[in-house]
Ligand binder design. Sequence first.
Ligand code: NAD
Length: 418
Amino acid sequence: MHEFHLDPTFRMAQQQLDDVAQLMNLDSGIHERLRYPRRSIIVSVPIRQDNGRTKVYTGYRVQHDQTLGPTKGGIRFHHDVSLGEVSALAMWMTWKCALLNLPYGGAKGGVCCFPEEMSDHELERVARRYTTEILSSIGPEKDIPAPDMYTNERTMAWIMDTYSNFVGYAVPGVVTGKPVQVGGTEGRVEATGRGVAYTVLRALERLHPKLESPTVVVQGFGNVGSVSAKYLHQGGCRIQAISDVQGAIYNEQGINIQSLMTHVKQTGSIVGFPDSEKIDASDMLELPVDILVPAAVANVITEDNADRIQAKIIAEGANGPLTPKADKILIDKGVFIIPGILANAGGVVVSYFEWVQDIQRLFWKEDEIVSKLNSLMANAFDEVYQLHVEKGVDPRSAAMMLGVGRVAKAKELRGLYP
Ligand code: NAD
C-alpha cells in the first residue's frame, strides 16, 4: 500500500465510492479498479528565487480515470497540497464529469508551496517548470488542467505558452480557464455561481413551487458566492444574510446584491455595507431560511452545528462544506442537499465548452454558452431528482450512483486491457 492510501481525504473519497458501490451492487472488479488513480505523477519543481537562491518544490498530477476521455481538473498552488488530497480531488472530478455527461475523467494537480509569499516572477517560474515536468502527460487529448486555489487565468496562460513552445505551435486546448484573448471562453467567470443558482431554483420548483420570495443565506462572497447570490436574487429570492472571511451581514428584507458587489469592490469586504446589520458569522448558518448556500471553504457544517441548521435546501457551492456526519444528521432531518458534484459543476461544464471551442477554432457568444450550460445542469439535476424519488436515496447518493454508474458501464463495455 502506498502511503497516500492512508491520507484521510483519500480514505473519505474511497469510502464514499465503497458505500455507493454497495448501494448499486457494483461489479467487484470494476469497483476495485475505480478505487485507485490510473496515474500519479510526482515531480520536483526547482526554481531560481528572486534572491538568487535555488528552491525545490514538490508538484503532483493525479489522473484518476480515462475511460470516457481525457482527464480534467484544476491545479492548485498551496502549502497543504499532498498526493493524498490531490488523489481524492481527482476521484471526485471523475464522478462530477460523468454526472454532467462530459467526455472526461477526473484529474487534479498542485505544487506544494506558499504562493502568498512568492513574487509574480517566482510563481511564473513554478508554473512553467511544473508544466515542463508533467508535459508528456498533459495535452488536449490526454489531460487538461484548469485553475484552482491560488492559480488563475494568468497561470493558465503561462501553462498554455510553455506547452505550446515545446510542441512548436499554439495549443489553446491544453488548459481551460484562460484569458479570452488566448482561447478562453465567454461565461467562464460566472459559470459556477450560475449553476449553483440554477440548481437551487430547479429544486424550489420541484419541492416548494408555491413558496413566495424564498429566503437565502450565502456563506462566502467570492466568485461562487457572489454570483450565486446575484442569480438567486434575480430569480426572485430574498438574500437575507451573507458572510465573508471578515464577518457577516443581515437584512430581513433582503440585501441588494449589485450594491453589495460595488461595496466589496471599493472596500474589499462585505463588512460595513450600509443597509444591513452585523451578525455573528456562525449564527448566520443557523438562521430560519429556506435555502443555505455554503460557498466558502470545506467542513463548515459538522456534527456540532448540523442539528441547528434550519434551511430546507442546502446547495454545496464549495467543495465538501458538509462533513459526512453532518450530512447524515441533515438527511435524517429531511433537508434536501444538492451535492457539490452537481451544484458547483457549472465551472467544469463551461471549461468543457472552452475546450470544444478551442478544438473547433470556433467561438460562441455568451448567451449560447449560458443556454447550453443551463441545459446540461437541468438534465443532471432532473436525473438526480428522479433517482432520488424512485429509489428513495438521498440526492448525494443519487448523484454518485449516476456518476459512478456511467464510468462503470463504460469500463464494462471497454473491458480490461490486455
Ligand atoms: P474565492 O476565493 O473567490 O472566494 C472565497 C470566499 O469565501 C471569499 O469571500 C472569502 O472571504 C470567503 N471565506 C473564506 N473563508 C471563510 C470563512 N471561514 N467563512 C466565511 N467566508 C469565508 O473562491 P471561490 O472561487 O468562490 O470558491 C469558493 C469555493 O467553491 C471553494 O471551496 C472552491 O473549491 C469551490 N469551487 C469553486 C469553483 C469555481 O469555479 N470558482 C468551482 C467549483 C467549486
